[in-house]
Design a protein around this ligand. Structure first.
Ligand SMILES: [Fe+2]
Ligand SMILES: [Fe+2]
Length: 250
């Protein structure tokens, strides 16, 4: 139940909320004119490879808006406050990519060519439980991180690299939230609930592997293999699963 006058006592979430507010930034912090050295074939490939990230930013807005009422309605005001700042981050990421497409004169892939993007979103939307949601949001944040990290390494001194690096700072805050939320709630989860988290992970990875195959050609233009991408993301997810005690250390 929402409380009228709760004691705001969870310092960890309050600190994250504070960081979320102070970490806000606008498009004028990016040099949108830094486009030299971006070859035409790279631009076009980038437009295609960025497509799932672009939709992913909107999926993240959906995710935040789905989980926020669940958490607020259970009387947890502090994480709900943090999630409000996260919604603003995801809206900014979406707006930035929208501008990047126009700045580089490129276009995303037609939706029908990457149906897995919609399958990914549909799989997340099936969830009705806040813990599953936050876990799904964490995997999606790691997915975004792997992409933005790859863009930043490939085009460091351009608008693409600068925007990616700046965005990664926001994503790091999002991971810190998932970390705190999941670390506290996972010990209270029964065996079935824990198993479902791994089922969700495996379902999302199955979709992402197909997505990788679909993006093979433009990724290769960027000297990136879908296998390397999935491996990096999988390893990252494993580190989290271990750290949260979802899978045993070995
Ligand atoms: Fe994002
Ligand atoms: Fe995020």
């Amino acid at each position: 139940m929402i409380q009228v006058d709760p004691t705001l006592s969870d310092e960890g979430f309050l600190r994250l909320f504070e960081k979320g507010i102070k970490g806000q930034w606008t498009q004028d912090q990016i040099d949108w004119g830094a486009v030299e050295g971006l070859r035409q074939d790279h631009r076009e490939a980038l437009g295609q490879v960025m497509t799932p990230v672009y939709l992913g930013e909107q999926t993240a807005m959906l995710g935040v808006s789905a989980v926020l009422p669940m958490i607020l309605n259970s009387g947890q005001a502090e994480p709900a406050m943090y999630l409000s700042s996260m919604g603003l981050d995801e809206a900014r990421h979406f707006q930035n990519l929208n501008r990047l497409y126009r700045t580089l004169g490129i276009e995303p892939l037609a939706s029908r060519r990457v149906p897995e993007m919609w399958r990914y979103q549909a799989r997340l939307l099936q969830e009705r439980d806040p813990v599953q949601w936050v876990w799904g949001i964490l995997i999606s944040d790691l997915f975004a991180k792997t992409f933005y990290g790859g863009f930043a390494r490939r085009f460091p001194d351009t608008v693409v690299g600068r925007l990616s690096r700046r965005t990664l700072q926001d994503e790091a805050r999002h991971q810190a939230f998932s970390d705190r939320y999941l670390t506290r709630v996972l010990p209270t989860l029964d065996e079935e609930g824990r198993k479902n988290l791994l089922v969700l992970r495996d379902d999302l990875f199955r979709v992402m592997e197909k997505l990788g195959t679909r993006l093979q050609a433009p990724m290769e233009t960027l000297d990136w293999s879908p296998e390397d991408f999935i491996r990096e993301l999988w390893d990252d997810t494993e580190i989290w699963a271990r750290r949260l005690g979802l899978i045993s250390e070995s």
